[in-house]
Structures are given as structure tokens and as C-alpha cells.
Design a protein around this ligand. Structure first.
Ligand code: NAD
Length: 309
């Protein structure tokens, strides 16, 4: 089968391209990426067909989707703080971008579409664990754009019969996730600081918690979804119900690196949710065979990759 990965030069996309190509069912992976946050180097030595440009370019999408069996739509401007700095840019890339991908899928005769949503859609709803049936309460333009994306997927399923799967990612981490920029995620930011001997910057008291998911587990679920064409118009949490505070994460990282890590506390970030933990009953029902990589092992693999940089 031929699979299009939008955002395939990004952190999750480049890991996914490798996972897809390892499956005998997949004959070609086509990546659409404009390298706004992704990097060509992430795909070095990976046998993909690269289409450079934006998902807002209809002609490019039509070329990419010709004869495609599935689309994994990951292209987006990620990060809550980035969306607060520039809400319209996030809206164009994430919400309008998803609509353009769905329209292109419709024009292409309806390939299967899996897309990345985010746990940030739960936002101000503090109930734990997060069940997909809970009220969504976005707290940032990024979260709004992700809620729009998953809603568009459901609408295209109901109106046009498109086979879709909106997945709500929680905090994904692993190799190829960059540090050293203003919008870096917490695991690479901590690892980068720790390996350089700098204190780890913690926003707030560090008691905020997240459901961390190793990228290899995420790509395993998406690959299974594509190969088995798992359709579910309502969103599905892609995380495994663990809850780790940032202070616990620092302790675990210290143990992985064999170092005592110092933290420096700064102001909490606006738009950040306090706690996040997935209910994964729906995921388990759809993907009973997937066994997640435990946090410790994932951190070890990620640290090993960071050491090669
Ligand atoms: N990493 C996480 O923890 C996490 C959590 C929740 C949701 N997500 C979602 O997962 C997806 C992948 O995230 P990631 O962490 O790999 O981020 P990333 O920034 O590494 O990947 C996004 C990719 O999309 C590309 N892109 C952005 N705008 C584009 C456009 N207009 N046209 C074409 N390409 C474009 C970027 O260049 C990049 O390669 C995103 O949709 C993100 O919102 C990620």
C-alpha cells in the first residue's frame, strides 16, 4: 500500500516513516512537509518520496494523494505557547490545513485518513483520567485548532463516508525530538540541559503531571491502524494511563543519566493544563496487541540518541 505522511519530516513523522517502511504491506511512503519545524536530515537514509511544500497547496496535495491508500496527517504547528504568540498561524496550519487534507482525500477518491489531535482539547476540564466522552474545554488557540481538526474528521466520515481515525496524542517523546528552541517539549528540553550541565527549567512548582508516551509506541499504533484500516470517527486517546509529575520525571532522568539534576523554577506558562492522564479503554479495544514501551526504557533510548548529537 501507498501511504502519505503529512509532516513526515517532523519528530513523530520521521519515526513513523521508518516504522511504516518496516512493514511488508507498505510499498511506498510519501512525505509532504514544508520544513517549518521539521528537518530534511530527519529522513536521511529513509527511502521516502519527498514532496516539499505546504498542505495549504492543493496541487501539491493532489499529486501526493494520487493512488494513495492512506494518509497519516501529522503536519501542524505544534506547541501551546507558539499558538498564543501567533494564533492565526496555528489556525491556518492546523485547522485549515486539516480541512485541505480532507478535501484532497475526497478528491482522491477517499483514502483512509488518520490524524493527530491532542490531549490539550481537554484543557480546563480537570477531571481525571481523561475519557474521550468528557466535555472538551480548550485553553489555547492550539487546542482549539486540534479540536477543529478532529471534528472535521468526524464530519467527513458522516458526510462523505471517509474512513477516519482521529488520535489524541498526549506527551510524546523520543529520538528526533529537538531541543534548543523556544517551543521545545519538556523531555528534550530537560535532556539537553542535563547533558550540558545546566539546571532544568521548570515552569511552576513541577507538580504538574503528564501521560508520557514513547514515540515508538505511537508509531506502532499508527502503523497498525493504517495496515488494518482501523476506522473510528470519534477521537481515541493515544496514551496508556500513566501519570508522571515533572519532579518525578527529573528524578527518573537523573537515575537514567546517573547524575543529580538541579531544577530552576520559573513562572507557570499560560494555557498549560495542570494534570493529564488518559483513560485508554477505547485504545485497548481497538489495538489490544500494542504493548507500550515503559517510561524508563523510553528515556534510556532517548538519552542514548541525545548522546549521539
Ligand atoms: N509531540 C507531542 O507530544 C504531540 C502531542 C499532541 C499532538 N501532537 C501532534 O502530532 C503531530 C506531530 O507533532 P510533532 O511532535 O512530530 O511535531 P513536529 O513539529 O516535529 O512535526 C510537525 C511537522 O509538520 C510540518 N508542517 C507544519 N506546518 C506544515 C504545513 N503547513 N505544510 C506541510 N508541513 C507542515 C513541520 O515542518 C514538521 O515536520 C502534530 O500534529 C502535533 O500537533 C504532538
Amino acid at each position: 500500500m501507498r501511504v502519505v505522511v503529512t509532516g513526515g519530516a517532523g519528530f513523530i513523522g520521521a519515526n513513523l516513516a521508518r516504522a511504516l517502511l518496516a512493514r511488508p504491506e507498505v510499498s511506498e511512503v510519501r512525505v509532504v512537509d514544508n520544513f517549518v519545524t521539521g528537518r530534511k536530515a530527519n529522513l536521511e537514509g529513509v527511502d521516502v518520496t519527498l514532496l516539499e511544500g505546504t498542505i495549504l497547496d492543493r496541487d501539491l496535495l493532489d499529486t501526493a494523494l494520487t493512488g494513495a491508500d492512506a494518509v497519516v496527517h501529522l503536519a501542524a504547528l505544534p506547541s501551546v505557547p507558539r499558538s498564543i504568540a501567533d494564533p492565526l498561524a496555528s489556525h491556518h496550519a492546523n485547522a485549515t490545513g486539516t480541512l485541505e487534507v480532507l478535501e484532497a482525500a475526497r478528491r482522491a477518491g477517499g483514502p483512509y485518513v488518520v490524524a493527530a489531535s491532542s490531549s490539550s482539547v481537554y484543557g480546563a476540564n480537570r477531571e481525571l483520567p481523561k475519557r474521550e466522552t468528557m466535555r472538551t474545554a480548550p485553553m489555547s488557540p492550539y487546542a482549539v485548532s486540534k479540536l477543529a481538526s478532529e471534528s472535521y474528521l468526524a464530519a467527513y466520515h458522516h458526510c462523505y463516508g471517509l474512513g477516519v481515525l482521529p488520535l489524541r496524542f498526549f506527551n510524546v517523546f523520543g529520538p528526533l525530538q529537538p531541543a534548543g528552541h523556544a517551543y521545545a517539549a519538556v523531555v528534550p528540553a530537560f535532556l539537553d540541559a542535563a547533558l550540558a550541565g545546566r539546571p532544568l527549567t521548570v515552569h511552576g512548582d513541577g507538580g504538574q503531571s503528564r501521560d508520557f508516551t514513547y514515540v515508538g509506541t505511537v508509531t506502532q499504533v499508527i502503523t497498525e491502524a493504517v495496515v488494518r484500516r482501523v476506522v473510528h470517527p470519534d477521537p481515541v486517546n493515544l496514551a496508556f494511563g500513566t501519570r508522571t509529575s515533572l519532579l518525578e520525571l527529573i528524578t527518573e532522568l537523573g537515575s537514567v543519566l546517573g547524575a543529580d539534576l538541579a531544577a530552576e523554577h520559573v513562572d507557570p506558562r499560560p494555557g498549560d493544563v495542570r494534570d493529564s492522564q488518559a483513560d485508554n479503554a477505547r485504545l485497548r479495544e481497538l489495538f489490544p496487541e500494542v504493548v507500550p514501551v515503559p517510561l524508563r526504557e523510553g528515556l534510556e533510548r532517548t538519552a542514548a540518541w541525545f548522546r549521539t548529537l
